[in-house]
Design a protein around this ligand. Structure first.
Ligand SMILES: Nc1ncnc2c1ncn2[C@@H]1O[C@H](COP(=O)(O)OP(=O)(O)O)[C@@H](O)[C@H]1O
Ligand SMILES: [Mg+2]
Length: 253
């Protein structure tokens, strides 16, 4: 069974960094991974060290343009197979994982038909993998459209602050309003310093949040970020990578 893990949270909290570290850890365990960048502000490819440019958004626009033409060039085209081949073209095969970028949000007009086709294609695609890791934006747009139907584990990344935890609490509420099935919801506190451990555990308890890990503020990440080195290449002595390794175990791997 494929395990679908989505990572969400406010911008800047470290969703993409955590996603990249999860992908790194899982790929080293030999898991067959589909990494999905579902943030309109696409930066997972760069963080993983992949120069992918093609997006699902473009594939959708292409099909949408075809079907809304007054006289399609090829009225007999099988729309599902056109979209499917576009989606499969977009998948970037990297050592250790495959990558799929959702891209910009859809333009104006009704995309219900295209989204319906895409949903079916994604369903069939996902089952090929052991695990799907989705770097998602806070609004969870792709989930409200149910492009990816169900999530086993939703991880809310927050900074180590009361306000951040409050936002995590609100995301919990938002998730309850989605009609996607979400198995478990976890919270990761990121960029944690030694001095705020106990306070964060208590805060999570008070807000009834399931704190699955506290990822330290890691000077190695800061250094790699400045030098433009993909986080996927971080070494084993990274304090953040060590904590993510423990989180991966808690997720059942
Ligand atoms: N644990 C960490 N230690 C140090 N820097 C971090 C850590 N996590 C993330 N960062 C840095 O914080 C910034 C925002 O992280 P990013 O993953 O891009 O956030 P998001 O995807 O939520 O917008 C980046 O510059 C990233 O390198
Ligand atoms: Mg990001």
């Amino acid at each position: 069974m494929t395990k679908v893990i989505a990572i969400t949270g406010k911008g800047g909290t470290g969703k993409t960094a955590v996603s990249a570290l999860l992908i790194r850890s899982l790929s080293r365990k030999g898991q067959f991974i589909l990494a999905v960048d579902a943030d309109a502000d696409t930066n997972l490819p760069e963080t993983l060290g992949c120069e992918s440019v093609k997006t699902i958004g473009e594939a959708k626009e292409f099909l949408q343009a075809e079907i809304t033409k007054p006289r399609p060039d090829n009225p007999d085209m099988n729309k599902e197979s056109v979209l499917k081949s576009k989606v499969y073209e977009i998948i970037e095969e990297m050592p250790g994982y495959d990558l799929l970028v959702m891209g910009r949000p859809e333009g104006s007009g009704c995309y219900c038909y295209v989204n319906n086709l895409l949903r079916g294609i994604m369903d069939k695609l996902i089952v090929n993998y052991d695990v799907v890791i989705i770097d998602a934006e806070a609004g969870l747009e792709h989930f409200s459209r149910k492009i990816i139907r169900d999530i086993d584990d939703l991880i809310v990344v927050t900074d180590a602050s009361r306000r951040g935890f409050r936002t995590a609490e609100r995301i919990h509420e938002l998730v309850n309003e989605l009609d996607s099935k979400v198995g478990k919801i976890h919270v990761i506190a990121n960029k944690v310093t030694d001095t705020n451990h106990e306070k964060l555990v208590k805060l999570a308890d008070d807000l009834k949040l399931n704190l699955i890990g506290m990822v330290p503020l890691d000077p190695k990440i800061e250094e790699m970020d400045i030098k433009g080195i993909p986080l996927f290449e971080i070494t084993d002595d990274s304090v953040a990578a060590i904590e993510v390794e423990k989180i991966v175990q808690k997720l059942g791997f």
